[in-house]
Every structure is written in C-alpha cells, then in structure tokens.
Design a protein around this ligand. Structure first.
Ligand code: AMP
Length: 393
C-alpha cells in the first residue's frame, strides 16, 4: 500500500498537492465541478491540520505555452466558493509570482498555481522543471488520480524529490479497483462498451482472467460481430482487430468465461439521420444501416446477468447515448446497475457522463474520476505517478 497523507506530518508545512482540476469551462465559468468536489476531503483535511496548501493542476492541452483560455484563475474563484474561504492565485507556476505568494502563505491558507502545462517542462517530465516545482514545497501529495497514468513533471519528477504520499481520492480509487480486480464477490460481471476497441484490448485480456461474465456492447462489439461472420452494414468496425476478436472468443471458452454480445441493435442510415431508427437482429444489419445502440432484447439479456452479479465493473457506453434516439441501451443497463445490490464500479469519462445524465450517481458504489488511468488499472498495470510514491511502512 502506498503511503497515505495521514502518515505524514503536514502541520505548518508547505504541501504541494497535485490535483486534477481539468474541468469543463464555458465563458470563464466552471460548468461541472465534480472533479473539484472530489478533492475537497483532502484539501479540507490539510487545512484542518494547519498545512500551507499549494494546489497544482493542468487544464486542457496548452502544450507548454501560455493560453489564456486555459488559465486556472476561474477555478480558484470556484474553489473559494466551495471552501467558503479565500483561495489565492499565482499568475505563474514556478515563477516570481508563485515564489512570492508561497513565501507569504500562512498555515491554513490555500494557493492555486497557474496551469502547470503552460510550462514546456511539464509534459516532458523535465528534471530542471521538477526541481523548480520541488523548491516550492516541503511535502508532495498526489491526489490527481485521473492524471496518474502520465509521467509528467508535476506527477512524477517532483514526487521523487520530496517526502511524498497519496491523497484521499487516489486511495479511494485504488481501493475500489483493487476490491473489484483482486477480491471480487462472485459472480463478477464486467461490461465494456465505447467506440474504440483498440483502447480496450489489454483490458479485455486482463478481465478474461478475472471475471465470470464479460458483456461487450457499444461500437466495439461490431468488430466481434464481423469476426463471427455477421453482417455489420456501415457500423464502426476495426478490421485490424478481427483476428484479435476471434482469439478473445476462443480464450473465453478455454477459461470458462461467459462472453455476451448484443443480439439486436438500434440502427439508422447515418449518425445524424432524422428518420426514426430501426431494430435489426445483430449480424443482420443491412448494408445501408449502421448499429448505434443495443436493442431491447439485448438490454433484457444484459440485465439478466447484471441482476445475478455480486460485483460489477462497467467502462464504455453501449450506444451513442449523447443522442436521445440511441440512449435506451446505455440507460437500461445503467438503471440495472444502479438497482443491483452488487458492488459497482463505473469508470471512463463517457460512462460517468451517462450515469450523471440519467441521474443515477447516488446508486453507484464508486464512480471513477479517471478515464485513461482507470483503463490502465483495469489492464492490471501500475500507474507511473503512483508507483513513484513511497510504500507505507
Ligand atoms: P470510447 O472513447 O471508445 O469509450 O467511446 C465512447 C463513445 O462511444 C461515446 O461517445 C459513444 O457515443 C460512442 N459509441 C457507443 N456506441 C457506439 C456505436 N454503436 N457506434 C458509434 N459510436 C458509439
């Protein structure tokens, strides 16, 4: 287990707390603050301990340049409202303003540094930039779970230069995923969806060694349908992965894993067609149609498995849920997961958005804040920015 923030003495110390405040914004206003809210337990704990809290985050992809639209200043204002206390803001990350404001920072105060990705050394994990960051603080804490698959200076380089620990959000994320992967109550049902099968190959390989049932839906399922000899019309298919899909099916049989695919699909002639969609049996999609959601028989089939499950892991929507025509499949499955008494973990940006859209957040045991980071854990790999943190003694 990695060292927790509660194991370090933080009182009166300057704490460099790496967070993920990469939140959606419009016209200089935060439009969804879920990621900020998820960091409040750690920030509040540090404030209660009378630490000097220096927050560091990225926003967007400014690629090492100052791009005002990606300034974190509006986030400081938003956080200040949530904390009901002043949040100071430094107009740079390691420059004069940051140095001056860190020096003036008193115990129990909060300072947010400007977007760390305005610095070219961040994404290249530059040693000199890591050193400059480390000079701002006495202790480093990583609570930026969603960025922990990245080997960047504020995630990785700086952690090696200071006494370090992980924050409450990272602890919760790691514990939830490990409960699912290492110690699942059975039956363990995993549900994978989304458009790109390529991103989930290693996840499928790892899950085949862990689950009792693997449900594959969404855009990625049509490559399997094609591998099984079905007609997929204009549905998205990754022809490079046909053989891989074929091997997954063989491996599932060898390992005794129940593998489920859609049996019917909601189809249309184009993504943006205004015509009413039609339902066809899977593998029988007419040439001029594409499958954009799982059909009603499939929802029933998947629900039956979900109802039996004691552990559920879900990553990837089962249709183009952003469009009301094609949301029923994802919604039906989301409701079944929400209703289930199984321990449920849902990850991936789009899947979490779907759960939020259907107002089911309260009914899921753990909603992961990380997309790429969650997938990497599901692949059975260690996250580089977590690996670098000392183990608990
Ligand atoms: P990913 O980033 O690979 O997890 O894909 C997420 C996206 O997959 C969502 O935006 C969905 O709209 C999309 N998606 C799900 N099912 C389908 C489908 N049948 N055809 C095309 N896109 C899909």
């Amino acid at each position: 287990m990695k060292r927790k923030l509660t194991s370090l003495d933080v009182t009166n110390k300057r704490i460099l707390l790496r967070v993920d405040f990469n939140v959606p914004m419009k016209n200089g206003q935060v439009t969804s603050d879920a990621r900020i809210v998820s960091l409040l337990p750690t920030i509040n704990y540090l404030l209660e301990q009378n630490a000097k809290v220096i927050l560091c985050s990225h926003l967007g992809r400014p690629k090492g340049k100052i791009v005002l639209e990606y300034s974190l200043e509006p986030v400081a204002a938003h956080l200040s409202k949530l904390l009901e206390k002043e949040v100071m803001f430094a107009k740079d990350t390691v420059g004069e303003d940051a140095a001056k404001k860190v020096k003036a920072l008193k115990a129990g105060q909060v300072l947010l540094l400007e977007n760390v990705r305005f610095n070219a050394g961040e994404e290249s994990n530059d040693a000199e930039f890591s050193k400059q960051l480390s000079k701002l603080a006495d202790v480093y804490i990583n609570d930026a779970f969603a960025t922990s698959h990245r080997e960047e200076a504020s995630m990785h380089g700086v952690a090696k230069l200071l006494p370090n620990a992980v924050g409450f959000l990272v602890i919760k994320e790691l514990e939830s995923i490990s409960e699912v992967l290492e110690n699942p109550k059975r039956p363990f049902v995993a549900i994978l969806g989304g458009a790109k099968i390529e991103d989930k190959l290693a996840v499928i390989d790892n899950l085949l060694n862990k689950v009792d049932t693997l449900i594959i839906g969404g855009g990625m399922s049509y490559t399997f349908t094609k591998a099984l000899g079905g007609k997929v019309g204009k549905s998205i298919v990754d022809d490079k992965q046909i053989e891989y899909c074929y091997n997954v099916i063989k491996n599932a049989v060898n390992k005794g894993v129940k593998l489920l695919f859609p049996v019917d699909d909601v189809c249309n002639t184009a993504f943006d067609s205004v015509d009413a969609p039609k339902v066809f049996a899977s593998g029988q999609t007419p040439d001029e149609y594409m499958a954009l959601d799982i059909g009603p028989k499939t929802v029933k089939l998947f629900k039956k498995q979900i109802k039996r499950a004691k552990t559920i892991m879900w990553n990837g929507p089962l249709g183009v849920f952003e469009n009301a025509y094609y949301e029923s499949g994802t919604k039906g499955v989301a409701k079944a997961v929400a209703k289930s008494k199984a321990f449920s973990v849902v990850g991936g940006g789009d899947t979490v958005s779907a759960i939020e859209k259907f107002d089911l957040v309260k009914h899921i045991d753990h909603l992961s804040t990380g997309g790429g980071a969650s997938l990497m854990l599901l692949e059975g790999k260690e996250l580089p920015a977590i690996a670098v943190i000392e183990d608990e003694k």
